[in-house]
Design a protein around this ligand. Sequence first.
Ligand code: SF4
Ligand code: SF4
Length: 367
Amino acid sequence: MTTPSVTAPTQYRLVPTRLQERRDKSRTSCHLCLWRCTLRHGQRGLCQAHVNRHGTLYNLSYGIISAIDVGPIEAKPVRHFRPGSRIMSVGSYGCNFRCGGCHNLEISWGVQALDALARGQATAAYARPEELVEAAQRHQVDGIAFTYSEPAVWLEYVIDVSRLARTAGLFTVYVSNSFVTDEALTMMAPDVDVLCSDIKSMDDAFYADICRAASVDQVLASIEKANRLGIHVETRTNVIPSRNDDLEMLGRIAVWIRDRLGADSPWHITKFFPAYKLSHLPATPSEILWRAHDTARTAGLRNVYVYDDKGCDCADENLPVAAYLSQDPAQVHAVKKCAAPCCGDDGVLLKKYEQRLDSRDQSAGDR
Ligand code: SF4
Ligand code: SF4
């Protein structure tokens, strides 16, 4: 297997995939995520973000920012690492799952944007690692989060940014579905501080039905591996009515966390809102979330957090990515408005969300 060294390009270009293995004259495998796609010349992986050009794999999405935002670390959700800190979240196009309830279709799959990049017709925002770290410093955040889709599919960029971020005194958070190889985790461990990982279910059938035919054992092994490598790990389950809301199954997640990550390891239980192929399902009733919470507490898990009030998912009303990278932060936040009725008169997503977090803290404390 080869891990080509990368010098960050000053302008957009294809960057060699960090973990690739030449199989024979025409086929090369990618070892970033557990699909381990084997591709011939011209083919792209399941994530669409890696392409085989004459036997060498390249990352199409290096430095391409599909979404960017600034907010509290608790919104990732992460609560046991630098609580109260602010974080700049970024994502790129390409994901290794195809979840039926995905809220991030436009900014995570981005197949059309990746098509344009593969054709050399990129119009998306490109940020060198230095530019992104400088933008984070200008916005006076404490860390950078890679999120909105699975970060393994642009790990080349994640690692380059994380190294620079650390030298600038910033920490990094990797928000994952944990369908990630041991090799990728080993490569990122020295540079990434926090992993916040989904445990979507304990049943393979859920993954096959909703995400892709990933096995639960593979996901859990990846989370454990990250923990063993010394990355700070927190886990999250988005509870979807009639899909993964069975209390016995949710209890099994809690027991797994207790036994494998420790009774103090945080578990975040979040509310599902209708989206994409699961638009016909209702939002998760609060009662279910709190029953899952109580089940986990009874099982001995000590830090269980319920998120039952995030109803706004309209970040597409915000400024374009380039504004965050180049404009004065005060200007960015002054016009960071959402026109949707769900945001009410405030019309400022960040402010509203922080207020909601405060009230959530209160309600969690009351339990
Ligand atoms: S990162 Fe993309 S190309 Fe690589 S194995 Fe995963 S899905 Fe396939
Ligand atoms: S892993 Fe996340 S971003 Fe990717 S398809 Fe699933 S919900 Fe969407």
